[in-house]
Design a protein around this ligand. Structure first.
Ligand SMILES: Cc1cc2nc3c(=O)[nH]c(=O)nc-3n(C[C@H](O)[C@H](O)[C@H](O)COP(=O)(O)OP(=O)(O)OC[C@H]3O[C@@H](n4cnc5c(N)ncnc54)[C@H](O)[C@@H]3O)c2cc1C
Length: 475
């Protein structure tokens, strides 16, 4: 870790209120929402302009101080954890909407804007920013771009990438670039698409031009209760197999329902083991037709109850189970780790059986709340992270599940990224040659060892020995 004197140069480029240091600050910024690994920064800086971000990067490069970009810190793979200490660059003060161009359905915003605020700013124009991670009331545009985030509506509208036209980007030497732009199709090579999903390892996104999507004319939401996870999983395949593309198709299992009942008094019909939330949107008549088919498929798969929201208030109520599920898990244990893997949808029943078997083998609690339509699993392990044995069990169980996702033809991550959590797991999915090719991307951008070290690329110099230390940092 660098000493304060080496950080003094920061005071030459920022005001004192833009530089935070001290034990409390180090504690708050030592992890993101993946609380298994922790590492304290020496300072947190809060730049307000592109030029200030560039100046901070130059100071850090000159003094060889590690830099970790940070949005809201809701990441679930340790991407915003300052793995080798140094300076956390928080984009939270860069939260202005810079330009709305409703005719061309696009908007320019700073990276620290909260996802939901982007939609709030244009909903009166009948538009919205379609990527909607479940953290959307907190997570930032910069974090969404860095993680190429998905969300409940990814099934129909896609992940973040297709909604980004261009970015303003500060590279790892402090140079400012405009990448991409306002036009929908960028000439090859498309560097914007290399920046999206790069998890802050290439540089810092400070602004972005985003696409705006028309709000649908009609939306219908239903909640179906099933007697087993298997029946609900089969209904998922049935809905897609019937040629319907719902806007959202989300599943919650028994343990999430237990937490929701304890936290918010949510009641489900007797015998319910899983809930499926289905939303269809589009033209009124098409939505009606699709929802009729969805109801038929659910009943064919033994749904105990099928509730169709009659109005907007009921629709919001049905979403409560999905939106408040992770928060409610706090009722079950002090900590949760939400894993993230992808499998072909048709493998859902077999994979969920496997998840429960692995949790039983490692003697940890598991609840599932996930984007079933995308085959994007989120086994949430609940445990006490003050007990090192439980932490190791959670990590080992997660690795076992990810291995099976790959065996079934899936992927190590659907939307939460690699961060520090999954660097070694990449070796399961990619060959040595694949990884060598991927390692060329940071070279194109002139990325150095200072910018977000130990993330994404496996076996980075100087990182292996730090792994144990991250896990040893106590509360
Ligand atoms: C309750 C909950 C629900 C969630 N639901 C979803 C979901 O449905 N779908 C989903 O995909 N994810 C979900 N997530 C994960 C997380 O919210 C997303 O990954 C989100 O995009 C992270 O945004 P953030 O602003 O919090 O970024 P952070 O956590 O601060 O950072 C994430 C990564 O991005 C980098 N980064 C941040 N800002 C910048 C920038 N301006 N320039 C360059 N790099 C940057 C960081 O270095 C880090 O590697 C959820 C998390 C929680 C806690």
């Amino acid at each position: 870790m660098k000493s304060m004197s080496e950080l003094d140069d920061l005071a030459l480029v920022l005001r004192p209120d833009q530089i935070l240091t001290g034990a409390a600050v180090a504690r708050v910024y030592d992890s993101d929402a993946y609380s298994v690994d922790r590492s304290k920064p020496t300072a947190v800086v809060l730049p307000e302009t592109n030029e200030e971000v560039a100046a901070v990067v130059k100071v850090c490069v000159k003094n060889q101080i590690p830099i970790t970009p940070r949005g809201a810190g809701t990441g679930l793979s340790g991407g915003a954890m300052p793995a080798l200490g140094g300076v956390v660059v928080s984009l939270k003060r860069m939260n202005k909407i810079l330009e709305v161009d409703s005719v061309n359905r696009r908007m320019k915003a700073q990276a620290g804007c909260v996802n939901l605020d982007l939609t709030k700013a244009v909903s009166h124009l009948g538009l919205h920013f379609a990527p909607d991670p479940s953290s959307q009331s907190v997570s930032t545009l910069g974090g969404n771009i860095a993680e190429n985030s998905g969300g409940p509506h990814t099934l129909k509208y896609g992940v973040t990438a297709p909604h980004i036209l261009g970015v303003t980007f500060v590279d790892a030497e402090g140079k400012i670039y405009e990448i991409g732009g306002t036009a929908p199709n960028c000439p090859w090579p498309d560097f914007t698409m290399l920046v999206v999903g790069s998890e802050g390892t290439l540089g810092i996104v400070t602004e972005a031009w985003i696409k705006l999507t028309p709000l649908p004319a009609a939306v219908k939401t239903a909640l179906a209760a099933f007697p087993s996870v298997r029946a609900a999983s089969e209904a998922v395949s049935g809905v897609i197999g019937a040629g319907i593309l719902p806007a959202a198709l989300e599943m919650m299992d028994r343990n999430i329902l237990v937490a929701l009942e304890q936290a918010f008094g949510l009641k489900t019909p007797p015998g319910t083991e899983a809930l499926l939330l289905v939303e269809c949107d589009g033209e009124e008549s098409a939505v009606e037709r699709e929802m009729t088919l969805v109801a038929e498929v659910c009943h064919e798969n033994h749904a105990i109850e099928f509730t169709l929201a009659k109005d907007e208030a009921e629709r919001k109520k049905l979403w409560t189970a999905r939106k408040k599920g992770v928060g409610a898990m706090g009722r079950l244990a002090p900590s949760i780790v939400t894993h993230d893997g992808v499998i072909p949808r048709s493998k859902l029943p077999e994979m969920l059986d496997y998840v429960y078997a692995v949790a039983a083998e490692f003697e940890i609690g598991v609840a599932n709340l996930f984007h079933a339509g995308d085959g994007n699993l989120h086994p949430c392990f609940y445990f006490d992270d003050r007990d090192p044995k439980q932490v190791e069990a959670v990590v080992s169980a997660g690795e076992k599940i990810i291995r099976r996702c790959i065996e079934l033809g899936g992927s190590v991550t659907g939307e939460h990224g690699i961060g520090v959590e999954k660097t070694e797991l990449l070796l399961l999915q990619f060959s040595e040659d694949d990884l060598k090719l991927q390692a060329l991307v940071p070279l194109i951008f002139g990325a150095n060892e200072v910018i977000n070290p130990c993330k994404v690329i496996p076996n980075q110099k100087g990182c292996i020995e730090h792994k144990k230390r991250w896990r040893g940092v106590a509360w």
